[in-house]
Ligand binder design. Sequence first.
Ligand SMILES: *Cc1c(COP(=O)(O)O)cnc(C)c1O
Length: 431
Amino acid sequence: MTVEFQVQGVRVSELVRRYGTPLFVYDGTVLRDRFHGLRDRLHPAMEIFYSLKANPNISVCALLHSFGARAEVSSLVELTTALRAGVPPQQVIFLGPGKSRQELAACLDAGIHAVVCESIPEVALVDELARERGVKAPVALRVNPRFAVKRSGLAMGGRPRQFGIDEEELFGQTDLVKRFPDVDLMGVQVYMGTRILHEAVIVENTTRILDLAERLSAALNLDLRMVDVGGGLGVSYFDGESDLDARVLTDGLNPVIEDFTARHPGTRLIMELGRYLTAEAGTYVMGVRYTKTSMGERFAVADGGTHHHMAAVGIGSFVKRNFPMAVLNRLDEPATEEWSVTGPLCTPGDTIGRKVPLPPVRPGDLIGVHRSGAYGPTASPGLFLSHGYPAEVLVHEGRCHLVRERDRPEDLLQRQRLYDPTAHDEADVPH
Ligand SMILES: *Cc1c(COP(=O)(O)O)cnc(C)c1O
């Protein structure tokens, strides 16, 4: 008997029969367990905001919200997504270094909890927009701290960055509250980096950020009603990495939070999590089209690749490390061979896995990349070779829901305009 990968009892062959390949499948139970695994242990004063950047699918956002997650957004579409997913405006914050006037206006019009400003000119623009509307705009300041996080995948603080306002500079801006009368300066945000897999590092970051927020609010005379301690909680992808232990993490964090809330009972505490909540729940399913060998190396050429899952390709890292992968329709067969798993793009970079231990692969097999629920299609060059978006399916409570349709050629072509070199109309002549 062959053992197949299943999501809540739904076999992968059934998913593929219904929705085709390539396909992202999300397991709602895993999403729930990820959220509650942390929520149920974390100090109740610390709110969990879902960073839509990791996976902006509206149904993923809605499901996480149904468990209790709020939303952290960084674009007009993400803001609209969160609101349409049912997240109340007071549970939404907006950050990002280059917000447009339109985005800032939308934040004020929706009445979100806070706009996290990343520069003084941005605060000035929010002040102006608030005055036009006759409202007071809730603003948190993103700080680029002096200290940097060690042992994170991508550090954010402690060096020149386009994100936030330098700590040194902010401490000199003691007239900020007076300078911007239509802004309600009510919070501080710091994001130290991503892919952190050491509990102690997160505890240390949080401690330092809370301390910084306290000192800054005193120096600037802010009424501190929100501190967003970022997050950056990682998940393990590669050999030699291990997942964070939610118990160890919260045993470290909770006393720090308790200590802070004792001094600031009215201050909302926020943690922003993307990858940590969604990565594990997703599997990228590709169908194998051809198998071949080249100079002694085995290749499985699949219908999915870089254009949907750049993270698995590992562009930007020195060594290619493989995400956890398997032949999903024959899980019980031992991995006796090494296969390079590649996609349909005309570039050698389209290699999802290099020398992956797998059982003998055949055309028609389904290869899965696990832990693919974060930074998949939205963080990939989806239009390269014009393949567009794959289908996305959410399985929850044993039922399958198509939460994104696969792009069809017409979807991709409809926004292009055909220029006719033989027509001689007068359109669009600059004067
Ligand atoms: C990307 C980002 C996040 C989410 O990061 P994860 O590593 O996916 O949790 C949160 N906050 C900010 C400011 C970010 O830029």
